[in-house]
Write a protein that binds this ligand. Structure first.
Ligand SMILES: Cc1ncc(COP(=O)(O)O)c(C=O)c1O
Length: 304
């Protein structure tokens, strides 16, 4: 993993190797922490870094802290300022992945709610290579937990063990990743990304009450499909048995961007290559995120 020089930790910039949290903290012991993942896209022509939908990520981070009943809720605007300061201090001039984490640094049992710590890590962006060639998935035997058990709507670190089990299983079985069903047996999402399929000219994606994270890329894609591609979109339950009926499918998310799915359960999706709607959507998405077109300026925050 490429490492930036500094990490922001509890109000200070510290060298990467010195960014440490105590082993007795609730964050370490129980995963009592919430986080965000967002990207900064480097625009070579303008020599500018654009953070994609920063305010939306910070709003979701605030929601996660409130939901988890942390004893202090950190000001989103302040986290945004510190994120920009960190990127400038690291002199990052390439596409990056940023992870602000708000955590319980206090010792004690799982019910401890403070004191609160914060870290922000901004590293050169890792690409998994699926945007171009597409990826394969199976329908996992692991399910998303019920909303009343462990809500996926909250970006809590502990939630990610569910997706980890699915990812490790998928890779052991020879797939790139997994599609998880929810507790009702309907399609939910991937381990760290949302699912879309194109069926008979319409784009279909599970609702936000399907046991998924309320993804910012998903909301972006819904808007772009309707407004830029003129494709009708449906947010509804998806049965597992509908998957082989899809002409196209893709995952979307901050890390996965827009990544075509070329086979599910070893059955090719469409002709087994990335579909036309997916390719058009990728072009729109990247042009807007990188600021290569002037549209949707409210989705971009300039760093320099
Ligand atoms: C479980 C899960 N679903 C979906 C997504 C996509 O969300 P977003 O588009 O806000 O990054 C993520 C994070 O990237 C995630 O962790």
């Amino acid at each position: 993993m490429a490492r930036a020089k500094y990490v922001f930790l509890n109000g200070e910039l510290v060298p990467f190797d010195e960014a440490k949290v105590h082993v007795s903290s609730a964050a370490f012991k129980f995963g009592t922490a919430v986080f965000e993942g967002l990207r900064g896209y480097w625009n070579e022509k303008e020599e500018q870094m654009y953070l994609f939908r920063l305010d939306d990520h910070l709003a979701r981070l605030e929601f996660s802290q409130r939901f988890m009943r942390f004893e202090e809720i950190l000001d989103p605007a302040w986290i945004g300022e510190k994120t920009i300061e960190l990127i400038r201090a690291n002199e990052l001039r390439e596409t990056i992945h940023i992870m602000p984490t708000v955590f319980v640094s206090g010792f004690g049992g799982p019910g401890v709610c403070g004191p609160i710590g914060i870290s922000i890590v901004a590293n050169p962006g890792v690409s998994h290579g699926f945007v171009e060639k597409g990826c394969t998935a199976h329908v996992s035997a692991w399910r998303r937990p019920a909303d009343a058990a462990m809500p996926m709507r909250v970006k809590c670190n502990a939630n990610y063990q569910n997706g980890r089990l699915a990812t490790v299983q998928a890779k052991a079985d020879g797939y790139d990743t997994a599609i998880l069903l929810n507790d009702r047996g309907k399609v939910a999402e991937g381990p760290g990304m949302c699912f879309f399929m194109v069926r008979d000219g319409k784009a279909v994606t599970p609702t936000t009450t399907s046991g998924i994270l309320e993804s910012i890329t998903r909301a972006t894609v819904l808007e772009l499909l309707a407004d830029r591609l003129g494709v009708k979109v449906e947010e509804r339950e998806i049965d597992r048995s509908e998957l082989p009926a899809a002409q196209e499918a893709f995952f979307c998310g901050t890390a996965w961007e827009v990544s075509p799915l070329v086979a599910i359960d070893r059955m090719p999706v469409g002709d087994g290559t990335p579909g036309e709607v997916t390719r058009r959507l990728q072009r729109e998405f990247f042009a807007i995120a990188k600021g290569e077109v002037a549209d949707y300026p409210h989705w971009r925050t300039a760093v320099y």
